[in-house]
Design a protein around this ligand. Sequence first.
Ligand SMILES: *Cc1c(COP(=O)(O)O)cnc(C)c1O
Length: 359
Amino acid sequence: MSETSPKLRAELAGIPTYKPGRPAAAGGPVAYKLSSNENPYPPLPGVMESVTAAAASFNRYPDMACAGLTAELADRFGVPAAHIATGTGSVGVAQQLLQATSGLGDEVVYAWRSFEAYPIITQISGATSVQVPLTSGEVHDLDAMADAITDRTRLIFVCNPNNPTGTVVRRAELERFLDRVPGDVLVVLDEAYREFIRDAEVPDGVELYRDRPNVCVLRTFSKAYGLAGLRVGFAIAHEPVAAALRKTAVPFGVSQIAQEAAIASLRAEDALLGRVGSLVGERTRVVDALRAQGWTVPETQANFVWLRLGERTAAFAEACEGHGVVVRPFAGEGVRITVGETEANDIFLKAAEDFRKEI
Ligand SMILES: *Cc1c(COP(=O)(O)O)cnc(C)c1O
């Protein structure tokens, strides 16, 4: 056997690995997974039937153009079908955006702490991450982000609401920021949690994109729609960005099962909105209860809450697990807790209360 190994791109060295939220251990003391911002509900009405029907033909390749889903989305958002690009989850689409815009020597600007996929996919592209710290209120510092733009900047992520803090940027500040970004820099509005927003001052990215050719909106079926396991997300962007996304897509990446499930989920929107409403109600209950216990909780517009625990992060996550819920620790920084079913939230609140008594 040869002593040498295949040469790999230098950019791959030191890429942080994506840490998925831990599952609840089967048969163990842990009963609920509140670590990945998933939807706790079973499939929406009609979705299982569509998926089962599509499964009968998985010997065939899926529709590579995702034509049915694209038409449905174009209609739903009132945008041309040519402005929609689907992908293997919105992380897949985000990676395609980097492939389409950024390489060695280029810069990608985003807030930090934010979605942990950003540094990974940026590094894979060969570009350099420029991380702009959140404000002390855990919110995107849009002025500092605009100041961070250089001749090398190719792409900027704005995660709204921000994962893992749940905080939002509002219309006036976001428009002021977009006005400062040069037209040849792509701004990606990552709206994975759009459906959970109740603050009327948070703009819908689809409205902002309409007269701004350098704005691209990212949405996903993984969170509110409950299809995390099927891997389907999409972007809404002007040509030539949408066309570049079609060029960089993994051929046949979105399975027919995922396409049919997404279409059926869009058609079950009333039921979806009911479920989202229940989760928003639970969110209010969880935040209020935590504050009553004495915790500082940033205002969240997503389906999760953030506790900045610093060096007590790991201990808190362990304490939660002891009570029966898995949460998502970010070592040395804080813990993100998904708002789940009522029973799970109750267990979490009890864990938080007990922990608070000990410190
Ligand atoms: C969960 C999440 C996504 C969605 O990822 P998928 O690949 O669509 O499952 C995208 N952006 C953010 C900020 C997220 O938290």
